[in-house]
Design a protein around this ligand. Structure first.
Ligand SMILES: O=c1ccn([C@H]2C[C@H](O)[C@@H](CO)O2)c(=O)[nH]1
Length: 134
């Protein structure tokens, strides 16, 4: 679908997801929302753990929803903090998003959306493995 992204809808959904965040350790809830290739809006939130390193980011939780529900690929994503500020995905999340949104994935940004290719230049991607492993 080649429609214009409604960033307000994505930001609203990301804000809604803040209430689901499980962040008792950092006390920094994060909400994420994405629109799929089919135009469906999905959400995610961070899910922390008492074993701190096991926590997962909101973007990873969003991708888990996408995959678990068989919803194809992601076209655009917006991430927010508890103040409603647009949050840029951490490095690990950029790599996870690449796998399911590709280099053209649109990522919300305070000064207009960016492509994932801009945020993760020269990324290691599935193509690199495909070149070596048939
Ligand atoms: O892009 C990001 C960056 C951080 N967090 C979460 C991880 C942790 O639970 C909390 C504090 O780092 O914020 C996300 O969900 N997404």
């Amino acid at each position: 679908m080649d429609t214009v992204i409604d960033w307000n809808v994505l930001r609203h959904k990301a804000s809604e997801m803040l209430s689901r965040a499980y962040a008792p350790y950092s006390r920094y809830p994060v909400g994420a929302a994405g629109i799929t290739s089919e135009g469906e809006i999905l959400g995610g939130c961070n899910v922390e753990n008492v074993s701190y390193g096991l926590g997962i980011c909101a973007e990873v939780s969003l991708i888990a929803q996408l995959v678990a529900h068989g919803r194809g690929t992601l076209r655009a994503v917006s991430v927010t903090d508890a103040n409603g500020k647009v949050l840029m995905p951490c490095g690990r999340c950029r790599q996870v998003l690449l796998e399911h949104g590709g280099r053209g994935l649109l990522v919300d940004h305070p000064s207009g959306s960016r492509t994932l290719a801009d945020l993760l230049p020269d990324a290691f991607g599935p193509d690199d493995i495909a070149e070596v492993v048939p």
